[in-house]
Write a protein that binds this ligand. Structure first.
Ligand code: FES
Length: 65
C-alpha cells in the first residue's frame, strides 16, 4: 500500500519502524502524516500490517484492552 498523505509506501514506514520501534502513535507522528494532516485511512491497515510483522510497540498502559 501507499500512503499518499505521507508520500510514503507502507514498506518505507515498516522499514523505519523495524529500525527503531516506536509506540504506534509516535510512529504515526514521526514517520507519517496519517494522524495529523492526513486523511487517516492508513492508520488501521498500517496497524494491522505492523501487528502481523510483530513490529507494534505497545504504548505503556495498564489497560489490557
Ligand atoms: S493516504 Fe495515508 S493517511 Fe491518507
Amino acid at each position: 500500500m501507499y500512503c499518499m498523505c505521507s508520500d510514503k509506501s507502507f514498506s518505507d514506514i515498516i522499514d523505519y519502524q523495524s529500525k527503531a520501534l516506536l509506540p504506534f502513535k509516535k510512529l504515526l507522528n514521526e514517520y507519517t502524516n496519517c494522524a495529523t494532516t492526513g486523511c487517516g485511512s492508513c492508520i488501521e491497515p498500517l496497524q494491522i500490517e505492523l501487528e502481523q510483522l510483530d513490529l507494534l510497540s505497545i504504548e505503556s498502559s495498564t489497560d489490557a484492552g
